[in-house]
Design a protein around this ligand. Structure first.
Ligand code: AMP
Ligand code: ZN
Length: 311
């Protein structure tokens, strides 16, 4: 890439950011990326001094970037890394190796939950419970449940995930297409405690694109996975990602504008219009953890009992 860095005007530019039309050197790129995460955390008041935060690390570029930035910028906050070993052949061991390396680099405790050791199951076993759909939906249910359960049991005050701008716009886009207002109301950068057993969730990377997270992880030499999950191939999620990339190529500010207008304008209007439809959580009749289902088992317990019935 030709030319000098637009920020320091000293070093050679190496990174081009199309959404802000900026050419940056690697140092300025790293600095601005960290500043943007800090800005998101402060703008949504995601963290406070005495927080004990569980960072969900998958071995991917986003969560490794997240763990690194949070641990270097917010030293007043207690940070624990949480990895869920879903028992995907080869992939899960590969990712476990990467998160172990990451934990050593940033000097944080790594909590490992193994579906096989702790529950006697592997994600592949859930094939029979999903009626021909991709296994990703069961995987999402299991991960969401375990993030909350592990953090609640450990007395953590927040759970941070590596969802980035692409992930966020992709999900919002889908809810818009479906007209799914309920889910739009529940999808927020910071989900506060809405039940005593619900641990608040934060997404500090929602302002960074896929490419920015990848470049950050690469420039910082963070250990990140180099293989993909065998179950995610051809998923609807991947197809939507491609579609968004096509739009963004033609209109570089698309994702940023979409997210800004959703969280700043559309969501507050939706919330004001649905004051009497507050999100209610009940307790699962089997495990006692929070669920949107009244007088019934939570989605996780339902999955497990379906599996046991079929065994
Ligand atoms: P995904 O649902 O795979 O797009 O991942 C979204 C976020 O969930 C990641 O950025 C991580 O923060 C977290 N995550 C995904 N898989 C795992 C895992 N196996 N263990 C811990 N955290 C995970
Ligand atoms: Zn349950």
């Amino acid at each position: 890439m030709a030319g000098e860095c637009r920020r320091c005007k000293k070093k050679e530019a190496e990174v081009y950011l199309p959404h802000s039309n900026l050419n940056l050197c690697s140092d300025c790129f790293l600095l601005l990326t960290e500043r943007r995460v800090k800005h998101t955390v402060n703008a949504y008041k995601m963290l406070s001094k005495n927080d004990r935060v569980g960072v969900a690390v998958s071995g991917g570029k986003d969560s490794s970037t997240l763990a690194y930035i949070l641990s270097s910028l917010f030293d007043k906050v207690d940070i624990f890394l949480i990895y869920i070993d879903l028992g995907v052949p080869d992939y899960s061991e590969h990712c476990l190796y990467k998160v172990n390396e990451l934990a050593k680099i940033i000097d944080k405790e790594l909590i490992i939950y193994s579906l096989e050791k702790d529950l006697g199951l592997r994600i592949g076993d859930f094939k029979s419970t999903i009626y021909g759909r991709k296994i990703c939906s069961a995987c999402g249910t299991i991960k969401r449940y375990l993030f909350n359960k592990i953090s609640y049991d450990m007395g953590l005050t927040k759970i941070a995930t590596g969802h980035n701008l692409n992930d966020t716009v992709e999900v919002l886009f889908n809810f818009y297409l479906e007209g799914n207002v309920e889910s739009l109301l529940r999808m927020k950068p910071f989900l506060r405690r809405i039940h005593p057993k619900f641990v608040p969730k934060i997404k500090p990377l929602i302002g960074l694109t896929d490419m920015e997270c990848l470049l950050y992880a690469e420039y910082r030499n963070l250990p990140i996975r180099t293989i993909d999950c065998q179950f995610s191939k051809g998923s609807r999620m991947l197809r939507r990602k491609e579609l968004l990339n096509m739009i963004t190529e033609r209109m570089p500010t698309f994702m940023h504008s979409f997210m800004q207008s959703h969280f700043k304008r559309i969501l507050p209007t939706l919330e004001a219009a649905s004051k009497n439809r507050e999100i209610k959580l009940y307790e699962c009749t089997i495990c006692g953890m929070p669920t949107s289902l009244k007088g019934a088992p939570c989605h996780f317990c339902k999955l497990i009992s379906t599996l046991k019935r079929r065994a």
